[in-house]
Design a protein around this ligand. Structure first.
Ligand SMILES: [Zn+2]
Length: 145
């Protein structure tokens, strides 16, 4: 199982939505597992503020990928910008992966924490936009088929 916030390996931290009755299946999700109390806290604060609605993480993921570019460039620069990837040692490739994955995970966690600090109006606006983009997706699918 992967942490719902940062994708590290989950370690026994969970979450349920206390706003919903025990009989409601939306009260629990087996995807709501976390690697640390820090990720668990960020997620639960965000859920409290949005009244239990999930914020779609897809644009957060895109931003997290973009945030890897800086550290990736720095690392490649440090071992020789002109070297082809085929000349990298195994350790250098593993280090490169570590640099990117760490930057990605850190961005996802910090972004969840930052979102949880936002006010309710901001989060509601985001949820509305999320709903709109979902219906646009259906329209596109209908046009294509
Ligand atoms: Zn995590």
């Amino acid at each position: 199982m992967k942490c719902a916030v940062c994708s590290r390996k989950a370690k026994g931290f969970g979450y349920f939505n206390p706003r919903l009755p025990r009989s409601d299946p939306r009260r629990y999700s087996d995807r709501w597992v976390f690697c640390s109390m820090r990720c668990q806290n960020a997620f639960s604060r965000l859920m409290e503020k949005t009244g239990g609605h999930m914020i779609d993480p897809s644009d957060m993921e895109l931003a997290a990928m973009a945030s890897c570019l800086g550290p990736l460039g720095e690392y490649v620069g440090s071992i020789g910008m002109q070297r082809p990837l085929a000349d990298y040692s195994k350790d250098e490739v593993l280090m490169l992966i570590d640099v990117v994955v760490t930057a990605y995970q850190e961005h996802m966690l910090v972004e969840h924490e930052r979102m949880a600090e936002k006010d309710r109006a901001f989060l509601e606006e985001r949820l509305v936009r999320q709903g709109k983009s979902a219906s646009t997706g259906v329209l596109i699918k209908l046009t294509v088929s």
